[in-house]
Design a protein around this ligand. Structure first.
Ligand code: FAD
Length: 477
């Protein structure tokens, strides 16, 4: 889908407004370099290609505050952008001013005693992890796009990633925020406190707001102790329910040491093995379901011991049929690759409808079975790839074009296919966007499922902060 025509366009911006913005940020603070601008207007999979009257690259919060004040005064819309790795198109402007945070990269503070670090929004997630490591601390948020995704972006999408089971989603990792509000005022909430019961916790409002309530310029992030041992295993199961049963045991028996529990169906794994070079079967046999499990401990020998005890008991109870424990970091990385290359392996197979869903964990196996039957009934021969952070009640339930079917014909059925998958998710009291947000892609669809009172409350909050609706106007309600 090249969605240029799908969205309402913003009205043209007057040349004198553009000139005022340029004067505030100076020559380094905007760009019309074609290569640079085009890269920021194009979604990485090529799904959306937008346009903008101006790419603004502020260096400081004060500069950005002035820019937003000008935009507000003239009713000019803004789209904020971090690393442009978002999966629902919210970072691509269609006529809005594009504000990139790429020059806001200062490390404002690292305070190991407080277990916090204060970073500006344009620092990448990988850099944030490295900054924590230098202070002998651990920042647990991790996802495949971490080399490019930014602090501002992951907070604005409330990203999940691979360690949610132990440390929570981004929302749980933020202790304070600095935000330029839609009227240009600066909200200084950069607290380093774990406890602060002095009224509404305003920072929570901006986390997961997808750039609709203001532009995050800096964040105070929580730090954790470095783990001294890690152990990764791949396990084979007869059923998805058995994998979920093992997860329950693992959480209980390791005393909360499980950092990742990623489910993979055989079909998805077979595509990785077929389409991605230098990958190999992790186990001797082939099984309908697999889980990648990572356990971490403060005790230097603790992780491996915990994993061995867990798997021994699981074999005895016939929960698992086969398992391999990584013997070194290279093998652990090879196991992780099998999980992380699922999206790339799917891409080779042609058109796909992606669904990023969550249901209560107790219902997950049932949902997977009924969802597969519903998809097959809707489109016989559709190829289902089910994988993801099942430890968080979240899976990617992706449907690949049946062999021999025309991609255009398949894509024409996308909305009906999504309805089949999402209607069932709704029946299971789940979410149609567990991780990636709504962006431009899912906002309209979400109106069918979201509690009307919640939609009204969200609209009221937005109206109060942004009565002219200048912040990312086509995203969220
Ligand atoms: P962008 O893509 O630039 O923007 C995303 C949204 O945030 C947009 O709506 C934008 O307007 C807004 N925004 C960006 N910066 C700011 C700011 N400073 N202030 C206000 N609004 C802002 N997500 C998960 O949850 N878990 C995963 O495991 C996961 N894996 C992924 C793997 C890959 C390979 C990819 C490409 C994506 C994955 N994602 C995952 C999606 C992930 O949520 C986003 O990629 C990331 O959080 C967005 O960061 P970004 O800096 O690229 O933001």
């Amino acid at each position: 889908m090249t969605a240029t025509a799908d969205f309402a366009q913003c009205p043209p911006v007057a040349p004198e407004v553009i000139a005022q913005i340029k004067a505030v940020v100076g020559d380094a603070g905007w760009s019309d370099d074609e290569l640079r601008v085009t890269a920021k207007l194009t979604e990485w999979r090529g799904k959306w290609k937008g346009h903008t009257p101006l790419l603004v690259l502020p260096k400081t919060t004060e500069e950005l505050s002035q820019v937003v004040k000008i935009c507000n005064a003239h009713g000019v819309a803004i789209t904020p952008q971090g690393g442009n790795t978002g999966l629902v198109g919210g970072q691509i402007p269609f006529g809005e001013i594009l504000v990139s945070l790429e020059r806001m990269r200062a490390i404002r503070d690292v305070a190991p005693t407080d277990d916090t670090m204060v970073l500006e929004a344009g620092i990448t997630l990988l850099e944030a992890q490295e900054i924590a490591e230098k202070a002998n601390r651990f920042f647990p948020l991790s996802l495949a796009a971490e080399g490019t995704a930014t602090v501002g972006g992951v907070i604005s999408t409330n990203a999940g990633g691979t360690a949610v089971l132990r440390y929570g989603v981004t929302r749980d990792l933020v202790s304070g925020l600095e935000v330029v509000l839609p009227n240009g005022e600066i909200f200084n909430g950069l607290k380093r406190l774990r406890k602060d019961n002095t009224g509404y916790d305003l920072k929570q409002m901006f986390i997961g707001a997808e750039g609709t309530l203001g532009i995050i310029t800096a964040a105070s992030l929580k730090l954790f102790p470095v783990m001294n041992s890690r152990c990764v295993a791949i396990v084979g199961f007869e059923t998805a329910q058995k994998a979920i049963d093992l997860l329950g045991r693992a959480k209980q028996e390791t005393g909360g040491q499980v950092e990742a529990f990623e489910l993979m169906g055989r079909y998805g794994l077979s595509l990785v093995l077929k389409n991605i070079p230098d990958t190999r079967e992790p186990l001797e046999g082939e099984y309908p379901w697999y889980a990648l499990i990572e356990v971490a401990s403060g005790d230097p020998d603790g992780a491996e011991g915990s994993m061995e005890r867990l798997l021994t008991a699981a074999f005895e109870e016939e929960l698992v049929v086969d398992a391999a424990i990584a013997q070194n970091e290279t093998q652990a990385a090879a196991f992780w690759r099998l999980r992380e290359e699922h999206s790339a392996a799917e891409k080779v197979e042609g058109a796909a409808w992606k669904h990023d869903i969550s249901v209560p964990l107790s219902q997950m196996a049932d949902y997977i079975e009924k969802g597969a039957a519903a998809v097959e009934a809707f489109l016989p021969g559709a190829r289902l790839v089910t994988f993801g952070h099942v430890g968080d009640g979240n899976v990617h339930f992706n449907v690949i074009v049946p062999e021999g079917m025309d991609a255009a014909e398949f894509n024409a059925l996308r909305d009906q296919g999504a309805k089949v998958v999402h209607d069932l998710v709704h029946q299971y009291e789940g979410s149609i966007s567990a991780e990636h947000g709504l962006g431009r892609m899912k906002t309209q669809e979400a109106l069918q499922y979201k509690d009307p009172a919640a939609v009204e409350a969200m609209r009221a909050i937005r109206l109060a902060l942004d009565p002219k609706r200048i912040m990312n106007p086509h995203v969220l309600f």
